[in-house]
Ligand binder design. Structure first.
Ligand code: GLC
Length: 437
């Protein structure tokens, strides 16, 4: 036996062993995830809704209700070991769909009074709101496609697709007043990135952290309440009208998922409709939101479609789009993502670029999305990188996420420089790591 044969056999054995330990680690991780989901599950009968409920809450304290995009992320993770439960998450959420197709960002299940002050600012006037009156990134169709790939359940598709199609149609009808295909959010809370400094920029109060900040930040919510959350009326008044990047990237790829799924159940007309919806919005995003000078994407605000020039993780989200290519792809990756002065921190990807004056890597005082790394936005970035064949960078981010999670557990968010975990423990969507391994 020659030396090269010995080396070959030895390296194959190492490879197999490494693979086995990776598999073992994945199993351990999955067990922990199952435990978290068991612990965060809530079920019962809500007298306010007159309906039974059964879902996984984001955490076992503070976040006890059912959130829209959290539901999608939980379902994606569940699809790895329990597709029935994954489908249940989605079906439970769709129970709160309004007649006109709207889906809320939170459903207040249960029978207790809702104590959080913000719930009353984000819901129509009521002593005990059933849901909020604002929405969240439309990620449910992405989850449905992930589940379908696992169990090929067409009955489930036939049940949920028409409902998701109605939600997307509602967004198009109520949230795209200028008809360019991009949909607008009417409060920062709809973007899922509550206090992302982009919105502070939009609201014209560019100084950080003082008391006045909260006045500016919450003013649109109060005006929305006065306007009874009538989208067209709100967008017409133009006090908060943001064609936000993350929301639209999710909308575009979720519309594409709908298009593919409708085709699998033989609904060609719906399929081609949603393919067109996605294409139109994507073309607008790739042209209008691109800043040739800074070589990054920005959200647009007001009827004049001004650029909100703050570099945040949302500016990298177009990586998740099928249609991103050429210079734009190259610049997002090399000029921004891999730039240690911006997003390439020890534990990427920070929610705000390091060289922005707003950047704060720590927990912050009651302000979310001001710098820390979140697992769900990383999920979009990693998926996007893999879509474009950039597997090495994707794997590096995943390894760092794994390191953070192994050290600190499944926290709500993490310090992008030290990996320290913050706020809620055993946080639902931080289990998305399982979907990336
Ligand atoms: C925070 C996040 C929001 C999420 C919610 C529940 O408010 O900013 O995106 O949906 O928590 O996890």
């Amino acid at each position: 036996m020659g030396l090269s044969t010995v080396i070959y056999i030895a390296s194959s054995v190492c490879y197999i062993l490494e693979d086995m330990s990776f598999d073992k680690n994945k199993k351990i991780l999955q067990k922990k995830v199952q435990e978290i989901f068991r612990n965060n599950r809530r079920e019962g009968f809500s007298i306010f809704h007159g309906k039974k409920y059964n879902y996984i809450a984001p955490a076992d304290r503070e976040y006890l209700y059912q959130w829209l995009w959290d539901t999608a992320f939980h379902a994606i993770v569940l699809s790895h070991f329990d597709t029935d439960q994954a489908k249940q998450e989605i079906k439970n959420f769709l129970k709160a769909q309004r007649e006109d197709g709207f889906l809320p960002h939170i459903i207040f299940w249960g029978n207790k009074i809702v104590l959080q002050h913000w719930a009353y600012m984000e819901s129509k006037l009521s002593l005990r709101p059933k849901t909020t009156a604002i929405s969240q990134p439309p990620a449910l169709a992405l989850a449905v496609e992930t589940i379908y790939k696992k169990d090929k359940d067409r009955v489930f598709l036939k049940k949920v697709l028409p409902q998701l199609a109605r939600f997307h149609r509602w967004l198009i009808k109520d949230r795209d007043p200028d008809g360019d295909g991009l949909v607008s959010v009417i409060t920062s809370y709809e973007s899922g990135m509550d206090e992302l400094p982009v919105f502070q920029y939009v609201l014209g109060h560019r100084k950080s952290g003082d008391l006045k900040y909260w006045y500016y930040h919450r003013k649109p919510d109060i005006l929305n309440l006065v306007n009874q959350f009538e989208s067209r009326q709100i967008l017409d008044q133009d006090y908060f009208n943001v064609e936000e990047l993350l929301f639209n990237c999710v909308f575009i790829e979720a519309s594409r998922a709908l298009s593919r799924l409708f085709l699998t159940i033989g609904e060609k007309k719906e399929s081609s409709y949603f393919a067109k919806v996605a294409k139109k919005a994507e073309n607008s995003l790739l042209t209008k939101c691109w800043d040739e000078k800074d070589k990054i994407f920005y959200s647009l605000y007001s009827k004049d479609e001004k650029k909100a020039k703050v570099k945040t993780v949302a500016g990298l989200l177009p990586l998740f789009l099928d249609g991103l290519k050429g210079n734009q792809l190259e610049a997002l990756v090399n000029k921004h993502l891999l730039n240690p002065k911006e997003f390439w921190t020890e534990y990427p990807v920070p929610s705000v670029a390091k060289n922005e004056p707003y950047y704060n890597p720590t927990q912050g005082l009651r302000m979310l999305w001001r710098g820390p790394t979140w697992i769900n936005t990383n999920w979009f970035i990693v998926k996007g990188l893999r879509k474009h064949g950039l597997n090495k960078i994707a794997d590096e981010i995943v390894q760092k996420m794994l390191k953070m999670i192994e050290k600190e557990g499944f926290r709500e968010y993490y310090n992008p420089e030290t990996g320290q975990g913050y706020r809620r423990k055993n946080f639902g969507w931080s289990t998305l790591i399982l979907d990336l391994l």
